[in-house]
Design a binder for this molecule. Structure first.
Ligand code: SF4
Length: 249
């Protein structure tokens, strides 16, 4: 998997505009980037959150500034109880709605079609049904989306820009925290008393669905607890493809 930054210039006829936005916004506070995005993309803009620390920071910035940005989460039906509680807590705290986007198939329907506990046998297919397909449907309705990815999270994300073409979905991807470190994220959470998932205090550094998430040991990579024991490291939400970009004009 690669982050398609150079595609901005190489394949996208609007790449120059994105390059200019990225250059202008590089190093700007995340709140400014969000304000810019809300102004530029208005009702054709969404934030997808999985309620990680970065998502909580973005919701805090959006909520306190009262920015009119659509918020949603891909509700696989398999979140931890703590994650569902955090979802409701964030809505209460900031007086906003975070839409739950459900997969086309319920867990029972998925089990009938593909067998029980698909995540143990075919996690890619399970993520495809419960996360990637619903995300594709949501992003087909917008010109830009906001994510919480940071350059220091994975080697694939190291070249991410604050604004870039998302070649996988053919829209613009805005990464307001791209130059933040993990420490920056937690400093913001503490400073602004932002609600976060209490499982982080129990050794869970990256939290996804209950069956595919475990705590990490000291010295392990932050994402080592996701799909432990398998080669899988990503849901497939951030990746590469070659769809023409819309939403730049
Ligand atoms: S993280 Fe696990 S349970 Fe959740 S959608 Fe992916 S494979 Fe299925």
């Amino acid at each position: 998997m690669t982050v398609d930054v150079d595609v901005n210039r190489a394949q996208d006829p609007y790449g120059e505009a994105l390059e200019r936005f990225a250059a202008e916004l590089e190093g700007r506070p995340a709140a400014d980037v969000l304000r810019w995005a809300a102004g530029r993309y208005a009702h054709r803009l969404s934030l997808a959150t999985g309620f990680g620390p970065e998502g909580c920071v973005l919701i805090d910035l959006i909520g306190r500034a009262r920015l009119p940005i659509d918020l949603f989460t891909l509700d696989t039906g398999l979140f931890f109880e703590e994650t569902y509680a955090l979802w409701r807590g964030l809505e209460r705290r900031y007086g906003l709605t975070i839409r739950g986007v459900a997969p086309e198939r319920t867990l029972d329907e998925q089990a009938r079609a593909h067998g029980d506990r698909l995540w143990e046998r075919e996690p890619d297919r399970c993520c495809r049904i419960r996360k990637v397909a619903p995300l594709e449907a949501e992003l087909a309705r917008v010109d830009a989306w906001i994510t919480g990815i940071r350059r220091d999270q994975t080697p694939q994300r190291a070249a991410a820009r604050v604004v870039q073409r998302d070649a996988k979905f053919g829209i613009v991807k805005i990464n307001p925290l791209v130059d933040w470190t993990k420490k920056d994220v937690w400093r913001h959470i503490v400073e602004w008393d932002v609600p976060y998932n209490p499982l982080h205090d129990l050794g869970y550094s990256s939290i996804g669905c209950r069956p595919c998430t475990s705590p990490v040991q000291q010295g392990e990579d932050d994402r080592a607890g996701r799909w432990r024991g398998s080669a899988k490291t990503e849901c497939g939400l951030h990746g590469s493809a070659t769809v023409p970009c819309r939403g730049v004009a």
